[in-house]
Design a protein around this ligand. Sequence first.
Ligand SMILES: [Cu+2]
Length: 587
Amino acid sequence: MAHRKTKGGATVSFRRYLFSTNHRVIGVQYLVLALVSVTIGTLLSLLMRIHLVWPDYIVPFHGPILPEDYLALVTIHGTIMLFFVLTTAPQSGFGNLILPSQIGARRMAFPVANAISFWLTATALLILLSSTFVPGGSAISGWTAYPPFSAIASAGPGQGFGMDMWLASIAVFAIAGTIGAINTLVTIIKLRCEGMTWDRIPLTVWGWFTAALLSVIAFSVLLAALLLLFCDRHAGTSFFVPTGDLVNGVIHAAGHPGNGSPLLWLHLFWFFGHPEVYIAILPGMGLTSMLLANFSRRRVFAYRMMIFTTLLIGFLGILLWGHHMFVAGLNPYAASAFAVSTMAIAIPASAKVLSWLVTVWRSRPRYTTAMLFSLGFVSLFITGGLTGPVLAQPILDEYLHNTFFVVAHFHLIMAMAGIFGLFAATYYWFPLMSGRFMSERLGRLHFWTTIVGAYATFLPMHLTGLMGEPRHYAQLIGVPNAAGHLLAGTLPLNRFITWSAIFLATAQLLFFANLIHSLYRGKIAPPNPWQATTLEWHPALHPNAPFETSDGRIVVYRQPCEYLATAGEELILPQWRSDGIPNIKPE
Ligand SMILES: [Cu+2]
């Protein structure tokens, strides 16, 4: 109110902010969208956990959770978290906020397209959320939308209009994601400043670059699959529904000459779905490399190998979608090929872990909150990654498929590691954006409660999975016969998991409190508070610079994370620094 000059002026500046084409504003918009989404997604997961162990719980303003409600919770939780949090926040949020500066650019390549992709993403979220209020409610076929469930409107409640809205939402999201990815690629290829050669690009940018490459390939296939599914539902085609399929007592696609197959959907969907995992986590891997190095005052061990492994993970990531289909009726030879390619990805992944460990080994790191979350990322990446090669064995997957073992695996490696990357990014870049530090004391408390909560929630799921607890089941209590006996056996552990999930979610209030408190009351930060070496802290690119440099030209002279230790004193060598210090040859 204070700085509002005229009524009209205020409206204009509000509108200018809302429909801004500035990459930093758009980045913040994406992050706010992701924050809203993660809050909703977390509350939905708590409802699921509560229902599993206290099935009589009555949801305020709703009533008891019916089986179809539970499946709708599973669907919307997965869809929101995968698309609107784990894809949106690292790639579009921090990507927009930081990426241009890290390569010495002042903008993204296509600012208008950038704003359009944000508004498409926001529209997609709105469509998804409003599907709850249409007759029949939200879709219940999970974030993977397997046919024939997803192809036939009468297959269950929510599979009518709710499913159409799910398809519309994800289609709009896929278009937005593709535009955003093209923007990212062109920005990195075309707008790098002088001296920013490919081997001097920060690993975070390599993460965004590889994720964008994957996005273009994966989202376009997803979009095609969504269109085909839409045609099956409304245009009388039969891509995914076999002739004569009996669903809810009705024979479907009886008059169609084409004999569709759900297997086709699985191929198309997982060709998108597996790379999606890497889209979510590659930026976090890059950031981890940079933060571990910076807070230990060490160079990134084997920088060029880290670039290569990022690209290799991206490349292998598009070759192994079939490991989601071992029990779907694949040719056994195909299963072997997918098993081999899946296990092959352990090689670049392990090389990354090796570099992270060597980088911090015998250093004396500064344990800032951002550093702690990066170390947490490494820990979760290892713990979640170890079960990858287990699930990659077709014979073991035969038993473990669709059990909570799988839920444990991907929540640790993708959801938790991904979120830890986002927390590290927030604590690290908060001073850059706001000019203030986040509270380190609250931050450390947030870290320790979150990592304890994360392990307490997701480690025991391996055990309930090994005991045979299936995922997607709305009921553990009161099931007759042997199945009921099996499920009842998992109850004590499941109660523990639910309490842990409540603890983990509650701990996030510390983060919100810290965020709001620090925005107004945080300690004032100097221009380069972490003594970082990458360009987003360059005086001429700093968004909150209290200083103006006469020379706006930005030139890069070296790789990131280079330090000199002279007579007990350390000297940081930012990428833009040339004076008097010999240029260290890249490894
Ligand atoms: Cu996969």
